[in-house]
Design a protein around this ligand. Structure first.
Ligand code: HEC
Ligand code: HEC
Length: 221
């Protein structure tokens, strides 16, 4: 069993030589394999194109209200697809599309996005208060430091079977909408998220500033 697992890891590590983008090559092959998960990126690309995902999640940040999936952790993407399918997350633009893929297709699609050159901001992030909130949190309001879960520059992190999403370089309007939705409380029977608690005391202006700042980060050097 373990040997099979290691062979599989080796297989993925080899695949990565083909798929790894220059920016992602800053990650070790093992870290990248973990971000990609069990899916097949090559199959995922054709499935994502056939299913029409790419038209909206195409990697350019032109429409800032559509989340970028490029470089996103596959484990996180999969959980979100399952939530769309279960009706725990909904959005007029995506409900129909994200409810289509089977689990295997979703794993492959998520793997392809995870192997793509990561979402990347313009590097302009400069706001000392927001940087402090991200790095240190605010104990007086029970805001836990974002970096402790989302990783350095918001590049995302994996702990056991849980994937905390990449948020550095994510689309600004999307981040803003998502943080406000969480502040409003759990939606449609989705499990209570730590993000419901973290956003509880954030003000509108603070969410705006956080979203802009996060969207400008450059996760991986
Ligand atoms: C018509 C545009 C459109 C298409 C096509 C589309 N999406 Fe989306 N997608 C969106 C929008 C808009 C959101 C944000 C929804 C929200 O705010 O909750 C989203 C959100 C997502 C998310 C959550 C991302 C996150 O960071 O939490 C995932 C995962 C996703 N889409 C996967 C897919 C997949 C897989 C397909 C193809 C089967 C697809 N989408 C097709 C517009 C689209
Ligand atoms: C204790 C861990 C933890 C901390 C601290 C944390 N987050 Fe999160 N965050 C998560 C998890 C887990 C998710 C995925 C939640 C889900 O989908 O239910 C998430 C999701 C998000 C998302 C959604 C990304 C997407 O693609 O939809 C944003 C934005 C976000 N967090 C911003 C922040 C900010 C800003 C801070 C700091 C003020 C922060 N987080 C602190 C764990 C954390």
């Amino acid at each position: 069993m373990l040997a099979t697992f290691h062979r599989w890891r080796h297989h993925v590590a080899c695949l990565l030589l083909v798929y790894a983008s220059p920016a992602l090559s800053a990650l070790s092959a093992e870290d990248l394999a973990e971000r990609i998960g069990v899916g097949d990126p090559a199959l995922g690309e054709s499935k994502a194109r056939a299913a029409g995902c790419v038209g909206c999640h195409g990697g350019d940040a032109a429409n800032t209200s559509i989340p970028r999936l490029d470089g996103q952790l596959a484990g996180y993407t999969l959980v979100q697809i399952e939530r769309f399918k279960a009706g725990q997350r909904s959005h007029p633009q995506i409900a129909r599309d994200a409810s289509t893929p089977s689990l295997t297709d979703a794993e492959d699609i998520a793997a392809w996005y995870a192997s793509a050159a990561p979402m990347y901001g313009n590097g302009a992030a400069a706001n000392a208060d927001i940087a402090s909130l991200f790095e240190k949190g605010d104990r007086s309001r029970d805001v836990i430091a974002c970096v402790s879960c989302h990783g350095v520059n918001g590049s995302g992190a994996i702990s056991g079977s849980d994937s905390t999403p990449a948020i550095g370089g994510q689309s600004a309007d999307y981040l803003r909408a998502r943080l406000r939705t969480w502040r409003a409380g759990p939606q449609n029977g989705a499990p209570i998220s730590v993000m419901n608690l973290i956003t509880r005391t954030l003000g509108d202006a603070e969410i705006d500033a956080l979203s802009t700042w996060l969207s400008q980060l450059q996760p991986l050097p």
